[in-house]
Structure formats: C-alpha cells, structure tokens
Design a protein around this ligand. Sequence first.
Ligand SMILES: [Zn+2]
Ligand SMILES: [Zn+2]
Length: 273
Amino acid sequence: MLCDTHTHLAAYSHDAKQTIDELLACAAQNNLSAVCITDHYEKDLFYNGREDIFDLTRYFADLTAIKATLPETAPELLIGIELGYLPHLDDFYSALTRDHPFDCVILSIHILDGKDPYFTSDLYQAGSETVYRRYLTALIDMIHQCPDFDILGHFDYISRYAPVSDLKMHYDHFPSEFEQLLGFLAEHGKALEINSRSIVRLQSGGYQDFDAWPDPMIVKRQLELGGWISLGSDAHNPDEAGNLFTETTAWLRQLGCREVVHFVRRQPVFTKI
Ligand SMILES: [Zn+2]
Ligand SMILES: [Zn+2]
C-alpha cells in the first residue's frame, strides 16, 4: 500500500479546500497506507495581503492530536511541509527544518524571477524552452543551497501553466540540467516526485494516456543513477488524495521502477510496486 507524500489542508494552505477528515476518507478509499500533510510554508510571499506561513507549534499540536484519535485501520498520518523556496531563505529554512520534527520536507519553487506562473503568463515571454531551462537551473541552485529536504516538489511546475500547446518538459531539451538535478538527488538520497497535479494539467492540455505523465527518460535516468521516486497527488481538494497512483505505479513498473519511497521522521521507507 502506498503513501501520498504531498497533500494540503484548508486549515493551513491558502489554496486548499479540504479538511483532514475529507483527506483521510479519500486516502482510505484509495487504499493508501499513509498520507503526509505538507502544507505550504512560504516565507516572504503574500497572497491577498497575507504572508503564506502559519504557526508551526499549532500545526504540530493539532496534527499530533488528530493522529492520536485515529483508529488503527485509518491511513497513517505523517506531518510534513512544503517549503516555497526563495534564494534568500537558505538559512531561515535550514533552521526551520533543523528545529521541527517533520516526517518529510518537500522543497519547491513556485516563484521564478519574482513571478508565480499560476498567476501570470508574462514569465513565458522569453519562450517556454528558455523559461523551463531557467526553472531547472533555479532548482539546481536551490538543492545545493538548501539541501535539508527529502523530496524535490513538482520539478515540472513551470510546465503546468505555460501558454503553449507543447507543455511537456523533455529530458533531451535539457540534458545537462537534468543530469545535474538527478545526479544530486540520487547522490544525496532525495526523491524525485511524480506529481499527479502536473499530470492532470497535461491531461487537460490534451495529452493522451501515458503521454500525460512526465518524460520517461527523466525517470529512467533517475533510476539508472540509483535515485528514488516518490508519489504525490498535491491534493488540495477532497477527492484528490492518491489520484492517479494506480496508473502511475503501472507506468513506473513499465519503466523498470520496482519501489517508491516516502519518509517517516526524515528516514526513507520503501514500498514495492
Ligand atoms: Zn507546490
Ligand atoms: Zn503542493
């Protein structure tokens, strides 16, 4: 049984619309063994005038209390976080991850050149190839500067919102960047996330069947390098936990992947697929 390593709750993430009960019900329905809550924590980023952070002491207290009430048959509840990276936050995030007992830390970039592609397409004026390369380069810089994390969040986030018909990010367009990125993840025991929300975006952009999944070459190289793969739905809504995991594990098996990873108390746990 699988763990969904990337989920959000309305109580902490500004853009989420699900309660813990809804999330756990969906996780149980999709036969997940565990679900990790990874709410957005984005210091110095403001949405509707409010900084996108929350009280971590309350977060741990609330989620730990909920954990204690769950029946044995419920999916295991893990407490993680999705850190929204900006280059000046290295020291701040290093201290934050050191000082809190997370099960799992996802490190993500939502902002490139001061802009969030979800809100503005200005970012893409240089052309999608140039912007994708800049995003990958920013990810490479991030993982070197802020290495206390477990999962690289949605490496393909920049492709979700590109105003082009060919959204997909291809290994062959950026071999040097992918080699640096995947090499670091493999060498340091970090997981490459396959993010269901990115797949759903490609599906709605017209990609059919497994063409909506990431470029297989990216996964093949991660595996050849000895790297790990994690599964994250990036669930923001009540029916999304574990979304597309059955299809994704079938796709991963075709690519020679035999196990996926999740993290408990920052230690890897492997599940055969
Ligand atoms: Zn994210
Ligand atoms: Zn997320």
